[in-house]
Ligand binder design. Structure first.
Ligand code: NAP
Length: 267
């Protein structure tokens, strides 16, 4: 059996390397995670592959996403050869989702997507998608190919309504990366207060705010067993009340935590 739809909560693995990766990924899978997010740029595909192979969960029961790095987006041939290398490193014959990590080669977007569709036709990826695309860019991508997701930074401190609407309009879901604002959100007094009143962790409140929205998938990264368990358990918590939701809605929405020099002009 292969996982048919992207599980709503996955494990982010940026900066999860070496021993931490080899310990945390199997631990996460054993406790019930069924979705792992990696990337060529993270330099950990071989460790993620080793970790999945060492876990008690069958590869077919795991949704595995990787992303084409900037350097490998330069030509259709590097899209193909680097994906083949990723599969070798990940110890699998296919990924479930292959993403363009950043829209840096936008003039070659259609050619890149065509190469990715060729990989899908060969069974090397089941779906294709994009990451860090603006509303306009995701609309353009969806004219050329079926886009399963646009993976962007999204949490209660950042307004992403425009790109979310464009992604859904294009037929995809929004995957929220850095859903805890890399920890910043967990120190916010409003989030801490709501979490306390609900007898849950600030991370769970932050994740609930995202999970309560349609068409949103979350991929928090965690290393410790406590954090891994707490985040996964957010799936089973009750939705935020109207008042609690409004408290998080009212937080400032201009706190972008990921903004490298090669980022597009955000919406
Ligand atoms: P994040 O998930 O928002 O935050 C991770 C940080 O929060 C880590 O320091 C982690 O600590 C801590 N944490 C996790 N769970 C916690 C809990 N329950 N209580 C307290 N602290 C907790 O940040 P992120 O890693 O930037 O984003 C998640 C994933 O999104 C990445 O790993 C990656 O897979 C993906 N991503 C994609 C892009 C892209 O360009 N497409 C960019 C950024 C991220 P410990 O590790 O010590 O547990």
């Amino acid at each position: 059996m292969t996982v048919q739809t992207m599980p709503r909560l996955g494990l982010g693995t940026w900066e999860l390397t070496d021993e931490d990766c080899l310990r945390a990924v199997p631990l996460a899978l054993d406790m019930g995670y069924r979705h792992v997010d990696t990337a060529q740029m993270y330099g950990n595909e071989a460790q993620v592959g080793e970790a999945i192979a060492s876990s008690s969960v069958d590869r077919d029961d795991i949704w595995l996403t990787t992303k084409l790095s900037l350097g490998n987006l330069k030509s259709p041939s590097s899209v193909v050869s680097s994906t083949e290398q990723s599969l070798t490193d990940l110890r699998t014959d296919h990924v479930d989702l292959l993403l363009i990590h950043w829209p840096t080669q936008i003039d070659q977007l259609e050619a890149t997507l065509e190469a990715m569709q060729g990989l899908r036709d060969r069974g090397l990826t089941r779906h294709i998608g994009v990451s860090n695309f603006t509303a306009e860019q995701v609309t353009r991508a969806a004219r050329a190919a079926e886009i399963l997701t646009n993976q962007v930074e999204y949490h209660a401190l950042l307004d992403q309504q425009k790109v979310k609407a464009a992604t859904v309009e294009a037929g995809g879901v929004l995957t929220a990366y850095s859903p805890l604002a890399r920890g910043q959100l967990l120190r916010d007094p409003v989030v801490v207060n709501v979490a306390g009143a609900r007898s849950e962790s600030p991370a769970q409140t932050a994740l609930r705010w995202l999970l309560d929205q349609d068409d949103v998938v979350v991929i928090p990264k965690a290393t410790s067993e406590d954090h891994l368990r707490s985040n996964l358990a957010a799936l089973d918590l009750t939705p935020l009340s109207t008042n609690d939701r409004a408290s998080l809605d009212d937080l400032p929405k201009d706190q972008r935590v990921i903004d490298p020099p090669f980022a597009p002009d955000w919406d």
